[in-house]
Write a protein that binds this ligand. Structure first.
Ligand code: IMP
Ligand code: MG
Length: 181
Protein backbone atom coordinates (compact mmCIF):
# COMPACT_ATOMS: atom_id res chain seq x y z
CA UNK A 1 0.00 0.00 0.00
CA UNK A 2 1.48 3.36 -0.97
CA UNK A 3 1.29 6.00 1.73
CA UNK A 4 0.27 9.61 1.13
CA UNK A 5 3.35 11.91 1.42
CA UNK A 6 1.60 14.03 4.09
CA UNK A 7 1.37 10.99 6.38
CA UNK A 8 3.92 10.47 9.14
CA UNK A 9 2.95 6.80 9.34
CA UNK A 10 0.00 4.48 8.92
CA UNK A 11 -1.70 3.85 12.25
CA UNK A 12 -4.42 1.44 11.09
CA UNK A 13 -4.36 -0.52 7.84
CA UNK A 14 -7.37 -1.34 5.67
CA UNK A 15 -7.17 -4.89 6.94
CA UNK A 16 -7.14 -3.89 10.62
CA UNK A 17 -10.04 -1.50 10.06
CA UNK A 18 -12.16 -4.05 8.25
CA UNK A 19 -11.63 -6.79 10.82
CA UNK A 20 -12.39 -4.61 13.82
CA UNK A 21 -15.39 -2.87 12.22
CA UNK A 22 -16.86 -6.28 11.44
CA UNK A 23 -16.32 -7.47 15.01
CA UNK A 24 -17.98 -4.40 16.51
CA UNK A 25 -20.90 -4.51 14.04
CA UNK A 26 -21.63 -8.10 15.04
CA UNK A 27 -21.72 -7.07 18.71
CA UNK A 28 -24.12 -4.23 17.95
CA UNK A 29 -26.27 -6.53 15.86
CA UNK A 30 -26.75 -8.87 18.83
CA UNK A 31 -27.85 -6.06 21.13
CA UNK A 32 -30.80 -4.99 18.94
CA UNK A 33 -32.50 -8.32 18.29
CA UNK A 34 -36.17 -7.81 17.37
CA UNK A 35 -35.70 -4.06 17.04
CA UNK A 36 -35.35 -1.72 14.11
CA UNK A 37 -32.94 1.01 15.15
CA UNK A 38 -32.28 4.26 13.36
CA UNK A 39 -28.61 4.35 12.41
CA UNK A 40 -27.55 7.98 12.55
CA UNK A 41 -24.33 8.89 10.74
CA UNK A 42 -22.59 12.14 11.63
CA UNK A 43 -21.41 13.85 8.44
CA UNK A 44 -18.94 13.94 6.99
CA UNK A 45 -16.28 12.16 9.01
CA UNK A 46 -18.22 8.95 9.60
CA UNK A 47 -19.16 8.17 5.99
CA UNK A 48 -16.61 5.45 5.22
CA UNK A 49 -16.91 3.82 8.64
CA UNK A 50 -20.70 4.04 8.37
CA UNK A 51 -20.80 2.39 4.95
CA UNK A 52 -18.59 -0.47 6.12
CA UNK A 53 -20.36 -0.84 9.48
CA UNK A 54 -23.93 -1.12 8.17
CA UNK A 55 -22.98 -3.81 5.65
CA UNK A 56 -22.11 -6.16 8.53
CA UNK A 57 -25.54 -5.73 10.19
CA UNK A 58 -28.23 -8.29 9.64
CA UNK A 59 -30.99 -6.60 11.66
CA UNK A 60 -33.42 -4.27 9.88
CA UNK A 61 -32.19 -0.70 10.10
CA UNK A 62 -33.18 2.73 8.86
CA UNK A 63 -30.46 5.13 7.80
CA UNK A 64 -30.29 8.83 8.53
CA UNK A 65 -27.68 11.57 8.79
CA UNK A 66 -26.92 14.81 10.59
CA UNK A 67 -24.21 17.38 10.03
CA UNK A 68 -23.20 19.28 13.16
CA UNK A 69 -20.46 21.60 14.29
CA UNK A 70 -19.64 23.45 17.47
CA UNK A 71 -19.83 27.22 17.50
CA UNK A 72 -16.51 29.02 17.74
CA UNK A 73 -14.50 25.92 16.76
CA UNK A 74 -14.01 24.80 20.31
CA UNK A 75 -12.21 27.86 21.64
CA UNK A 76 -15.04 28.44 24.12
CA UNK A 77 -16.56 25.28 25.48
CA UNK A 78 -19.83 26.80 26.68
CA UNK A 79 -21.35 26.92 23.18
CA UNK A 80 -24.21 24.91 21.76
CA UNK A 81 -24.30 22.50 18.94
CA UNK A 82 -24.77 24.03 15.49
CA UNK A 83 -27.01 21.80 13.35
CA UNK A 84 -26.03 22.23 9.70
CA UNK A 85 -28.20 19.38 8.45
CA UNK A 86 -30.93 17.82 10.54
CA UNK A 87 -32.47 14.34 10.49
CA UNK A 88 -35.19 13.44 7.98
CA UNK A 89 -36.85 11.01 10.38
CA UNK A 90 -38.65 11.61 13.64
CA UNK A 91 -36.69 10.06 16.51
CA UNK A 92 -39.56 9.98 19.03
CA UNK A 93 -39.91 6.45 20.37
CA UNK A 94 -36.97 5.18 18.32
CA UNK A 95 -33.80 3.35 19.29
CA UNK A 96 -31.00 5.46 17.87
CA UNK A 97 -27.43 4.34 17.16
CA UNK A 98 -25.10 7.28 16.56
CA UNK A 99 -22.17 6.43 14.28
CA UNK A 100 -19.24 8.82 14.73
CA UNK A 101 -15.68 8.93 13.42
CA UNK A 102 -13.87 10.01 16.58
CA UNK A 103 -14.60 11.23 20.10
CA UNK A 104 -12.21 13.95 21.13
CA UNK A 105 -13.40 16.42 23.79
CA UNK A 106 -16.82 14.75 23.73
CA UNK A 107 -18.61 18.05 23.08
CA UNK A 108 -20.39 16.91 19.91
CA UNK A 109 -21.75 13.65 21.26
CA UNK A 110 -22.61 14.87 24.75
CA UNK A 111 -24.79 17.58 23.21
CA UNK A 112 -26.24 15.39 20.49
CA UNK A 113 -27.25 12.70 22.95
CA UNK A 114 -29.08 15.26 25.09
CA UNK A 115 -30.82 16.68 22.02
CA UNK A 116 -32.06 13.29 20.83
CA UNK A 117 -33.45 12.43 24.27
CA UNK A 118 -35.17 15.83 24.37
CA UNK A 119 -36.81 14.88 21.07
CA UNK A 120 -38.16 11.72 22.64
CA UNK A 121 -35.74 9.00 21.53
CA UNK A 122 -36.29 5.73 23.40
CA UNK A 123 -32.58 4.94 23.57
CA UNK A 124 -29.42 6.57 22.23
CA UNK A 125 -26.20 4.58 21.92
CA UNK A 126 -22.87 5.54 20.42
CA UNK A 127 -20.61 3.58 18.09
CA UNK A 128 -17.32 5.27 17.35
CA UNK A 129 -14.41 4.27 15.18
CA UNK A 130 -11.78 6.06 17.27
CA UNK A 131 -11.59 7.27 20.83
CA UNK A 132 -9.09 9.81 22.20
CA UNK A 133 -9.93 9.17 25.87
CA UNK A 134 -7.11 11.40 27.10
CA UNK A 135 -8.78 14.45 25.51
CA UNK A 136 -12.22 14.05 27.12
CA UNK A 137 -13.76 17.20 28.65
CA UNK A 138 -17.45 16.29 28.50
CA UNK A 139 -19.14 13.40 30.24
CA UNK A 140 -19.81 11.01 27.39
CA UNK A 141 -18.51 7.53 26.60
CA UNK A 142 -18.96 5.33 23.54
CA UNK A 143 -21.08 2.20 23.96
CA UNK A 144 -18.88 0.58 21.32
CA UNK A 145 -15.44 1.79 20.28
CA UNK A 146 -13.29 0.24 17.58
CA UNK A 147 -9.89 1.66 18.57
CA UNK A 148 -8.46 3.70 21.45
CA UNK A 149 -5.81 6.04 20.10
CA UNK A 150 -3.17 8.37 21.49
CA UNK A 151 -3.53 12.12 21.25
CA UNK A 152 -2.35 12.50 17.64
CA UNK A 153 -4.04 14.11 14.66
CA UNK A 154 -5.23 11.40 12.31
CA UNK A 155 -6.60 11.44 8.76
CA UNK A 156 -8.16 9.06 6.28
CA UNK A 157 -11.07 6.57 6.27
CA UNK A 158 -13.43 9.58 6.41
CA UNK A 159 -11.37 11.84 8.67
CA UNK A 160 -10.04 15.10 7.32
CA UNK A 161 -7.70 17.97 7.84
CA UNK A 162 -9.15 21.06 6.09
CA UNK A 163 -11.49 18.79 4.09
CA UNK A 164 -8.57 16.83 2.66
CA UNK A 165 -7.52 13.16 2.97
CA UNK A 166 -11.00 11.71 3.68
CA UNK A 167 -10.65 9.25 0.80
CA UNK A 168 -7.49 7.53 2.05
CA UNK A 169 -8.39 3.88 2.75
CA UNK A 170 -6.30 3.71 5.96
CA UNK A 171 -5.94 5.82 9.13
CA UNK A 172 -2.68 7.75 9.10
CA UNK A 173 -0.97 10.24 11.38
CA UNK A 174 -0.73 13.65 9.72
CA UNK A 175 2.76 15.13 9.51
CA UNK A 176 3.17 18.07 11.87
CA UNK A 177 4.79 20.06 9.05
CA UNK A 178 1.42 20.07 7.23
CA UNK A 179 -0.45 21.97 9.95
CA UNK A 180 2.47 23.93 11.35
CA UNK A 181 3.43 25.61 8.09
P1 IMP B 1 -15.38 16.58 19.91
O1 IMP B 1 -16.70 17.27 19.82
O2 IMP B 1 -14.32 17.44 20.58
O3 IMP B 1 -15.45 15.20 20.54
O4 IMP B 1 -14.82 16.45 18.43
C1 IMP B 1 -15.12 15.44 17.58
C2 IMP B 1 -14.85 15.88 16.16
O5 IMP B 1 -13.57 16.52 16.03
C3 IMP B 1 -14.79 14.69 15.24
O6 IMP B 1 -16.05 14.36 14.72
C4 IMP B 1 -13.83 15.16 14.16
O7 IMP B 1 -14.54 15.84 13.14
C5 IMP B 1 -12.91 16.12 14.86
N1 IMP B 1 -11.59 15.51 15.19
C6 IMP B 1 -11.09 15.30 16.43
N2 IMP B 1 -9.87 14.73 16.38
C7 IMP B 1 -9.59 14.55 15.07
C8 IMP B 1 -8.46 13.98 14.36
O8 IMP B 1 -7.45 13.49 14.92
N3 IMP B 1 -8.54 13.98 13.00
C9 IMP B 1 -9.62 14.48 12.32
N4 IMP B 1 -10.70 15.01 12.94
C10 IMP B 1 -10.68 15.05 14.30
MG1 MG C 1 -14.03 16.82 11.04
Amino acid sequence: MSMHPDCERIMLTEEQLKNRVRQVALEVDKEYENKKPLVLGILKGSIIFYADFIRFLSMPVELDFMAVSSYGSGAVSSGKLNIKKDLDRNVAGRDVIIVEDIIDSGFTLANLKTLLYERGALSVKIVTLLNKAERREYDVAPDWNCFDIENEFVIGYGLDYNEQYRHLPYIGILKRSVYEK
